[in-house]
Design a protein around this ligand. Structure first.
Ligand SMILES: NC(=O)c1ccc[n+]([C@@H]2O[C@H](COP(=O)([O-])OP(=O)(O)OC[C@H]3O[C@@H](n4cnc5c(N)ncnc54)[C@H](OP(=O)(O)O)[C@@H]3O)[C@@H](O)[C@H]2O)c1
Length: 241
């Protein structure tokens, strides 16, 4: 028997930076195989090398994939299943934030954010979740946002896409609740990542990405009977408006 088959596997979309990277590091340190994708090949290669050196008994699979392209995300998901045979934890994380308002944002921002933030998760889940259902075990985390439940003035299409992502989470939860597959929505407020590069706000105004990773791991490790439905977290000073 291949001993790697008994090691749990996590798949994270957008694993090279920010929240996705923090989750990848957390689960790698806890003994998981990690599969992930992003668009920048150098960053994927560096992460693969770093993880392989730190954790020689685990397996890592990093593939270039633009998740906004549904054909590419389906190929990536199938490649992960071919590599590991199963996925225990799926994190729909990759996302794009383009500030703006519905009336003033550039035409196309709506479609770009929908493809990256919602369509990616829909198609990735449709390939991965059936194997979880078949195995009667699995946990899907959908990285939503406080923008999934709050309309921000400079949120525009991002807010709409994150409301839709939360909708996807709720529908999935309903569909999978009797199939032993857990579904959890994570709704973070401002978290210090590359999405905020160029900000002149102090670091203390944000949550660290590591805190989001800790919340995800804590929700994951509860007993089989318990499903964490949603986690809403904000910086201690509240939202940045
Ligand atoms: N930071 C916040 O304040 C905050 C708050 C609430 C929710 N969120 C959500 O958390 C998630 C992660 O955000 P973050 O702030 O951690 O972002 P980030 O630091 O910009 O990192 C995004 C990650 O996703 C990858 N990515 C982006 N677009 C992609 C695409 N089209 N195809 C494949 N990979 C892609 C990036 O790599 P490449 O650039 O190489 O593709 C990178 O690894 C998003 O869904 C975001 O909406 C963030």
């Amino acid at each position: 028997m291949n001993p790697l088959k008994s090691i749990p596997t996590i798949l994270i979309s957008g694993c090279t930076k920010g929240i996705g990277l923090a989750i990848a590091k957390m689960f790698a340190a806890k003994g998981f195989n990690v599969a992930g994708c992003a668009r920048n090949p150098e960053e994927l290669k560096d992460l693969f090398t770093d993880f392989s050196m730190r954790y020689p008994h685990q397996k890592f699979f990093m593939e270039v994939c633009d998740v906004s392209n549904k054909e590419l995300i389906k190929v990536f998901a199938k490649d992960v299943l071919a590599e590991f045979g199963k996925v225990d934890v799926l994190v729909n994380n990759a996302g794009l934030f383009l500030p703006g308002s519905i009336l003033e944002e550039t035409e196309g921002d709506f479609e770009k954010q929908f493809l990256t933030n919602v369509s990616s998760a829909y198609h990735l889940t449709r390939v991965i979740a059936p194997s979880m259902v078949k195995n009667q075990i699995g946990h899907i985390f959908n990285i939503c946002s406080t923008a999934s439940i709050t309309a921000y003035s400079n949120g525009g299409s991002y807010c709409i896409s994150k409301h839709a992502m939360f909708g996807l989470n709720q529908v999935l939860r309903e569909e999978l609740k009797d199939k032993k597959v857990k579904v959890t929505a994570i709704l973070p407020g401002a978290t210090l990542t590359d999405s905020w590069s160029g900000t002149d706000l102090p670091e203390e105004r944000f949550m660290p990405a590591d805190d989001i990773a800790k919340l995800v791991f804590n929700a994951y490790e509860l007993s089989a009977q318990t499903n964490v439905e949603q986690i809403i977290v904000r910086p201690i000073l509240g939202d940045i408006n």
